[in-house]
Design a protein around this ligand. Structure first.
Ligand SMILES: CC(C)(COP(=O)(O)OP(=O)(O)OC[C@H]1O[C@@H](n2cnc3c(N)ncnc32)[C@H](O)[C@@H]1OP(=O)(O)O)[C@@H](O)C(=O)NCCC(=O)NCCS
Length: 174
C-alpha cells in the first residue's frame, strides 16, 4: 500500500536517492550519459535540505510516497517559474522509482499536489516535461492540455520541453 504524506526535512536524503535514481532511469537516452553520471546524491540531499528548511523557498512544498516504509517517489510544486502562461501553480517535479510505477503512486501524488494548490486558493496547474520523455502520456492520461514548447539547457545540452495545463482544478479527476 502506498502512503502519501507531506515531506519533512528528515526526508531530504531519501528524496535525493529517489531523485538521482529516477533521473538515471527516466532520462537514459534522453540526456547525455555524462550528465547522468555526474549526478550526486550528496549534492541533491543538500539542495533538498535547503529547500525543505526555507519557508520562503518556492520549491519547498513537497509530498513523498512511501511504500513499505521506504520513500518510493515524490512531487513538489509552487508558483510557476515563468508565469507567462497564466497558471496559478506549477508541478515542478514528480518522480516514482521504476519498481514502484504503474501502481497508482504518481496519480496519488498529483492528487495531493492538486489538493495542496486548492488549499492555497490556486485553481490552475501546469507542468513542463521533456518533449522526448515517454511520461508525457501520464499527464495526457490525467487530462492535461498541451500548451507550449520551449528550449532549455541541461548541463549545456540543448533540449526541448513541452508544457501541459489544467485550467480548472475543481474539475481535476483521473
Ligand atoms: C510519470 C510517473 C510519475 C507516473 O507515475 P506512476 O506511479 O507510474 O503512474 P500511475 O500508476 O499513478 O498511473 C496513473 C495512470 O497514468 C497512466 N500512465 C502512467 N504512465 C504513463 C505513460 N508514460 N504513458 C501513458 N499513460 C501512463 C497509467 O496507466 C494510469 O492509468 P489508469 O489510471 O488508467 O490505470 C512515473 O512514470 C515516473 O516517475 N516517470 C519517470 C520520471 C518522469 O519522467 N517524471 C515526469 C517528469 S517531471
Amino acid at each position: 500500500m502506498v502512503k502519501i504524506r507531506k515531506a519533512v526535512l528528515e526526508d531530504a536524503p531519501a528524496i535525493a536517492v529517489v531523485h538521482v535514481a529516477a533521473w538515471r532511469e527516466a532520462y537514459r537516452g534522453v540526456v547525455s550519459e555524462e550528465i547522468l553520471k555526474s549526478l550526486s546524491i550528496k549534492r541533491r540531499a543538500e539542495q533538498w535540505v535547503n529547500s525543505l528548511s526555507d519557508e520562503s523557498y518556492p520549491y519547498r512544498r513537497a509530498f513523498v510516497a512511501e511504500m513499505n516504509g521506504q520513500v518510493s517517489g515524490f512531487a513538489n510544486y509552487g508558483p510557476p517559474q515563468d508565469n507567462s502562461l497564466g497558471f496559478d501553480g506549477e508541478l515542478f517535479a514528480i518522480y516514482v522509482l521504476r519498481n514502484a510505477q504503474n501502481q497508482g503512486t504518481g496519480k496519488e501524488l498529483v492528487y495531493e499536489v492538486v489538493k495542496g494548490m486548492r488549499e492555497l486558493g490556486w485553481n490552475s496547474m501546469m507542468v513542463w516535461v521533456l518533449k522526448d520523455n515517454p511520461s508525457r502520456g501520464f499527464y495526457e492520461r490525467l487530462g492535461g492540455w498541451y500548451l507550449a514548447e520551449r528550449s532549455i539547457e541541461i548541463g549545456g545540452e540543448p533540449l526541448i520541453e513541452v508544457a501541459y495545463g489544467w485550467r480548472d482544478l475543481n474539475k481535476f479527476s483521473a
